[in-house]
Design a protein around this ligand. Structure first.
Ligand code: PLP
Length: 391
């Protein structure tokens, strides 16, 4: 059996009859840049997230970069984030000239550990970028409380968590600004690159809007320095179609995660040192279980993971991945090397051993196939192949 890691074609077949005529009409009208569908998508996606303003930009990386610039963050400033994120989060900080400051993650949730943040706050700290890694919301209540106490901005990285919820609010509705990516394989993905910033703050929204379009207030009047970082109208139209299905697709992912979890419990069972399904209580779909996660003083907010990535921690991870590949099962690793151990970030001054939880995770994390159209038979096959490796 072949089990791909994601299957974008299966999704395309479902929406093809809506997508093709829409694209044709846009091409015929020549409505490509800052068009009607962009404006509508910005409103619809902001409303979906529960935030007032949405500004479409060229990518998730650009969303983070422009959100930081909108907060006037630059050289001499420090921005806190997690060491286990995709490199783009840290790249966006570097692009502004500010210094990325890393804080280790909670082993139970893979997200930034709020109890370690205060130690890293200095008088230069201007913002924190919590990352809702894999689609599981970070501890936003604790982070917002710290932001109020220390007066720094919160910019959520929601690139992997479209529609995830923490209590009554969606990921992206907590911070001063929040940044989404529409990279094709995301839960809400375009047919190319794309991104979006949301905020409730009108002045910040206005600044991002200027920054993404050469600082142009009206034609040929450039009131601040800006760049070209616009979300295409064609991509916006596709995203508008897909947004209607996002909740259903997220629910289907949760069902698949539940099937994975249940099948891993069926005998013969693997022990925790072989495969661990991180924090199954809070990660379990539909249960909306209390957010305890082993964190002392954790809030009681229910969280709703949207399983962009379904990751296990696996002993002999690389050999297991090879074993699965040989049996037709594609996997991913998000991410094999923490950002600060990448060559390009040698100048950050961190070294191996600085963030033990992130390093442990990088050595063991393995992402299993996950997409809404995955079948029960495929999941049974994947779990069977994993068990075969260890037993
Ligand atoms: C956590 C995270 N942040 C930022 C990005 C950057 O988004 P993009 O690829 O759209 O620039 C991504 C995804 O690629 C991501 O997963």
């Amino acid at each position: 059996m072949k089990v791909p890691f994601v299957d974008l074609n299966a999704q395309y077949q479902q929406i093809k009859s809506e997508v093709l005529p829409k694209m044709e009409s846009i091409v015929e009208r020549g409505d490509f840049i800052l068009g009607d569908d962009l404006a509508k998508f910005e409103q619809e996606f902001a409303a979906y997230t529960g935030v007032k303003y949405g500004i479409g930009v060229a990518s998730g990386t650009e969303a983070l970069h422009l959100a930081l610039l909108a907060c006037d963050i630059g050289p001499g400033d420090e921005v806190i984030t997690a060491p286990n994120t995709f490199i783009a989060t840290v790249v966006a900080i570097t692009l502004t000239g500010a210094k990325p400051v890393l804080v280790d993650v909670e082993p139970e949730t893979y997200n930034i550990n709020p109890s370690l943040i205060t130690k890293k706050v200095t008088k230069r700290t201007r913002a924190i970028i919590p990352v809702h890694l894999y689609g599981r919301p970070a501890a936003m209540e604790e982070i917002m409380a710290l932001a109020r106490k220390h007066s720094f901005k919160v910019i959520e990285d929601v690139a992997q968590a479209h529609g995830a919820r923490l209590g009554s609010k969606k990921a992206g509705a907590f911070g001063d600004l929040a940044c989404f990516s529409f990279y094709p394989a995301k839960n809400l993905g375009a047919y190319g690159d794309g991104g979006l910033v949301v905020t409730d703050n009108e002045a910040l929204a206005e600044r991002v809007k200027l920054l993404r379009n050469y600082g142009q207030k009206e034609k040929n009047r450039h009131i601040i320095f800006g760049v070209n970082s616009r979300l295409d109208n064609l991509q916006s139209a596709i995203l508008r179609i897909k947004l209607k299905y996002l909740d259903d697709w997220n629910n289907r992912r949760r069902q698949k995660a539940k099937i994975y979890y249940e099948l891993f419990q069926v005998a013969p069972r693997l022990n925790e040192s072989q495969v661990s399904l991180p924090n199954p209580k809070t990660g379990l779909p539909a249960e909306a279980s209390a957010r305890t996660g082993g964190r002392s003083g954790g809030s009681a907010e229910a969280e709703d993971h949207i399983y962009h990535i379904d990751a296990i921690l696996a002993k002999d991870r690389d050999k297991l991945a090879e074993h699965l590949k040989a049996r037709g099962v594609a996997t991913g690793i998000h991410y094999p090397l923490p950002v600060y151990l990448q060559e390009c970030y040698a100048n950050l001054g961190y070294k191996k051993g600085d963030f033990p939880a992130a390093e442990e995770m990088a050595s063991k994390t393995l992402s299993l196939p996950m997409y809404p159209e995955l079948t029960r038979e495929q999941i049974e096959y994947v779990v069977g192949c994993v068990k075969e490796f260890y037993l």
